[in-house]
Ligand binder design. Structure first.
Ligand code: FAD
Length: 318
């Protein structure tokens, strides 16, 4: 079932969904099952699986010289999606990114997903590679997420890259895209970022999932601003609790978001790691309750392998 059909079926009730990362290459599915098994009691209708592009490493040869090699550290997104659908009977939402893919490879990936009966995707641009200052599109690949949305929506009309294909079978992908309540870091201001978000929706995106945030007022203002410019699709807040003191610095650095003053001072006053975790879980629980009260279609949790914190939050909220 499509994500948007789940929202319609819920008829105003707030749903819950989780996001997992593929294990590092060489790892097994057991870590994902360990995270999701205890969370299944909350009946998420869908689970997202992130996608990780290749990274370059330098491998030393016996002769001493170094060779630059591309490796994908967390492969397996599509296989994990199929496994989750099979094991839990949930829908799976693979993330698809532009970086690292030529458009023809993206088309083939979409054909695989369609044959596996996976008809939801979150369409993203992806970030720059570690050694790059800015994201640069792969040769023959898309530059922005909007181009990926357009490609997927064309396949939904039976239009493939090969123009010789007549009466191509129509896929039925429901497409989610990313939104940033505190703006995307490359954008000069929120207004510009929202304009490009609207382009994604106008290209056919069916719903939006947001970057994490710790201040609900930012989310409420973002939704208002979206509605004002005619973005009318469901907007799903993405959440994660702060669980460690160092995250006061690492989360803003990695995700380009601000921490609210009250949360910062509470964490700074805490005397031990257990207290910090408690503060973070309570904060996320309060955020979730308020967002549910506000009527969001779904609360989307970035699990990062931490089943216990989310179990506590979900128990308190649902
Ligand atoms: P876009 O929508 O393409 O926007 C990128 C930037 O370009 C923005 O600043 C935007 O304002 C600007 N822009 C857009 N269109 C234009 C245009 N036509 N002209 C000029 N500027 C334009 N990354 C991964 O690698 N794997 C994942 O699984 C993953 N999952 C994510 C899930 C969520 C919910 C979120 C919020 C992010 C996720 N990301 C993931 C990170 C994401 O790939 C990065 O934030 C990336 O930098 C931007 O992706 P986007 O899809 O928002 O890009």
């Amino acid at each position: 079932m499509k994500v948007t059909e789940h929202f319609e079926k819920a008829d105003g009730k707030t749903l819950i969904s989780f996001e997992v990362l593929p294990p590092l290459k060489g790892g097994s599915m057991s870590g994902i099952f360990k995270t999701l098994d205890p969370l299944m009691e909350f009946k998420p209708p869908f689970v997202d699986v992130t996608y990780h592009r290749e990274e370059y490493i330098y491998q030393q040869h016996a002769s001493g010289y170094y060779e630059k090699t591309a490796i994908r550290k967390r492969p397996g997104t599509v296989g994990i999606c199929a496994a989750l659908m099979h094991k839990y009977g949930v829908d799976a939402v693979p993330h698809l990114i532009c970086g690292g893919f030529k458009v023809a490879e993206t088309e083939n990936a979409l054909i695989d997903l369609n044959f596996l009966n996976i008809n939801n995707v979150l369409a993203l641009r992806g970030d720059a590679m570690e050694f790059e200052k800015h994201f640069s599109p792969t040769e023959g690949g898309h530059k922005y997420a909007v181009d990926l949305v357009t490609q997927i929506k064309k396949m939904n009309e039976g239009i493939y890259l090969d123009t010789n294909i007549e009466n191509g079978s129509k896929t039925e992908f429901c497409v989610g895209v990313a939104g940033y309540p505190e703006k995307h870091f490359e954008s000069p201001n929120l207004e510009t970022d929202l304009k490009y978000l609207k382009d994604k929706v106008d290209a056919g995106a069916d719903y939006i999932v947001t970057q994490m945030f710790f201040d609900n007022s930012k989310f409420f203002a973002f939704v208002d601003a979206c509605r004002k410019i005619g973005i009318n699709v469901p907007i799903v807040p993405g959440l994660k609790p702060l669980t460690k003191g160092y995250q006061l610095k690492s989360i803003p650095r990695m995700f380009y978001i601000n921490m609210p003053d009250d949360l910062v001072s509470e964490v700074q006053k805490a005397s031990d790691p257990k207290m910090i975790k408690e503060i973070g879980i309570e904060w996320c629980t309060a955020q979730s309750k308020e967002l549910k009260e506000y009527g969001v279609p779904c609360l989307h949790y970035y699990t990062m392998g931490d089943a216990k914190s989310f179990q506590r939050i979900a128990k308190a909220v649902f």
